[in-house]
Design a protein around this ligand. Structure first.
Ligand code: MG
Length: 397
C-alpha cells in the first residue's frame, strides 16, 4: 500500500475581525463604567479590560495544493500584537513544513522564543491560532474530522452550561436563566464581576427561582484573597454550587491551593493558562478539581495534552469559551469530544448565538447540548458575511 503524500504549507495569513455589539460582553455597563476612545471598557468588579465589540483574530493556512485550513485566537485586546507575531515571526517559520505535523510544529514554535520569556500571553495566543489552522488543514487534506486525528471521537454532542446572565437588574438576570431552563438547559454560571446585587444574594435568588435540579456555578473573577474566598464560598454552600471558579488572582498560586483544599465544593481554574507547564504544578498540588482550558489560548495540541494529563490526576475538564466567531469554539468541541473526562463545556450564549451566522458549520447549541461540527477538519469556516467586519491592521478600534 502506498503512503499518502501530504502537501506542505505554502503560507499563513492573519486577519482582525471586529463585530459591533449593542450590549458589551458580560452585560450592560455598570456604575462608573464607560467605553474609552479605543473601544475598550474596564469592569470595576474585577479591574479587567474588555472590548465593546466582538474582536477576534482569524488565521488562514494554505497548503501548496491550494487546500485551506482556518484557525482563530484571542484578539479581544490589542489584536495587532497577535497578528504581528503571526505575520512577522511564526508564519514564515511554518512555511514549507508538512501539514501532517501540527503537534511537532507547535513544539517548535514554542521553542523559538521561550528563552526570552515568551511562552504565554500574546505569543501563546498567536501559536494557538496557527495550531488550530494546521489541524483543520490536516483534517481537510486527509478527509477526516480533527477529533479522529486526535485519537478518536467519543461523542457527537457535549452538554453545555449557560455562561453569563447579562441583565441590568437581578430580575432580568433571573429571567434570562429561566428562559434557558425552559429551553432545556440545566446548568448556569453567573459572573461576580457584574453581580451588582451581591454574589451570595445572586446564587440564593437563582436557587430559589430555578429549583433544586439546576446546577449553579459562579465565576469569582480573581477578586479575592484566599481567606476572603474561603469565607465567601462557605456562605454559598447552602445553595449547593456545582463548582466555583477563579477565586484568587492568577499569580496567587498558593492562594489557589489554600482555597482548593479548604472548601467542600470543586474549584475550577485554568482559563488564563496556555500550556501544560502552567497546569502541571497546579495539578500536582491539587489546587483544583476541574480544569478549564481555553482553546484560544492553548490551541489544539496543548489542549488535548492538558485534558489527558487532567485525566491522570482524576480531574474533570470543563473547557472555557470566550469571544470569537466560532472557529476556536469548534476546535474546542472537537478536542473535548476525544476526552474521557469532559462532562460539559461552557456556552457563551451572548457571543455564540449572535456570531454563528458568521461561520459555515453544522455546530449548534440546542436543548442543553453542543453538536460537534461534522465534516473534514473542524467542519467550520468563516462565512463570506464576516469579511464586512475585517479591520485594517493599522487601524484597529
Ligand atoms: Mg471565567
Amino acid at each position: 500500500m502506498e503512503l499518502l503524500k501530504l502537501p506542505r504549507i505554502r503560507k499563513i495569513e492573519s486577519f482582525i475581525i471586529s463585530i459591533p455589539r449593542e450590549t458589551p460582553y458580560l452585560g450592560p455597563l455598570g456604575p462608573d463604567e464607560q467605553i474609552n476612545e479605543r473601544g475598550y471598557l474596564v469592569r470595576k468588579g474585577n479591574r479587567t479590560i474588555y472590548p465593546s465589540s466582538d474582536m477576534s483574530v482569524l488565521v488562514k493556512a494554505t497548503a501548496d495544493d491550494g487546500t485551506v485550513g482556518w484557525g482563530e485566537t484571542y484578539g479581544i485586546i490589542a489584536p495587532q500584537a497577535v497578528t504581528c507575531i503571526i505575520d512577522d515571526v511564526l508564519g514564515p517559520v511554518v512555511q514549507g513544513r508538512e501539514i501532517g505535523d501540527p503537534m511537532v510544529i507547535q513544539e517548535d514554535l514554542y521553542d523559538l522564543m521561550r528563552v526570552r520569556g515568551f511562552f504565554g500571553g500574546y505569543y501563546g495566543d498567536a501559536m494557538a491560532g496557527i495550531d488550530i489552522a494546521l489541524w483543520d488543514l490536516y483534517g481537510k487534506c486527509v478527509g477526516l474530522p480533527v477529533a479522529k486525528l486526535l485519537g478518536g471521537q467519543r461523542t457527537q454532542r457535549i452538554a453545555a452550561y449557560v455562561s453569563g446572565l447579562p441583565g441590568r437588574t437581578m430580575n432580568e438576570r433571573l429571567a434570562t436563566a429561566q428562559d434557558f431552563q425552559a429551553r432545556g438547559f440545566v446548568a448556569f454560571k453567573y459572573a461576580a464581576a457584574v453581580s451588582f446585587d451581591g454574589i451570595v444574594e445572586e446564587m440564593r435568588a437563582l436557587r430559589e427561582r430555578l429549583g433544586s435540579q439546576a446546577e449553579l456555578m459562579v465565576d469569582l473573577h480573581w477578586k479575592f484573597s484566599a481567606q476572603e474566598a474561603i469565607q465567601l464560598i462557605d456562605r454559598l454552600m447552602p445553595y449547593r454550587p456545582y463548582f466555583v471558579e477563579a477565586p484568587c488572582a492568577p499569580e496567587d498560586s498558593l492562594g489557589q491551593v489554600q482555597v482548593g483544599t479548604a472548601i467542600r465544593v470543586p474549584l475550577a481554574l485554568g482559563e488564563e493558562w496556555h500550556t501544560l507547564y502552567e497546569y502541571r504544578a497546579r495539578m500536582e498540588s491539587r489546587a483544583m478539581a476541574i480544569v478549564q482550558p481555553e482553546m484560544g489560548h492553548t490551541g489544539i495540541s496543548q489542549f488535548v495534552q492538558i485534558g489527558r494529563m487532567a485525566q491522570a490526576f482524576h480531574m474533570k475538564v470543563i473547557p472555557h469559551a470566550s469571544i470569537g466567531i466560532g472557529i476556536f469554539q469548534a476546535a474546542s468541541l472537537h478536542a473535548s469530544a476525544t476526552l474521557p473526562n469532559c462532562p460539559m463545556h461552557e456556552y457563551q450564549h451572548s457571543v455564540f448565538d449572535r456570531n454563528l451566522r458568521f461561520v459555515k458549520t453544522t455546530m449548534r447549541c440546542f436543548n442543553g447540548y453542543f453538536e460537534v461540527p461534522e465534516g473534514p477538519g473542524l467542519g467550520t469556516e468563516p462565512a463570506d458575511s464576516v469579511w464586512q467586519y475585517l479591520v485594517p491592521k493599522q487601524n484597529v478600534k
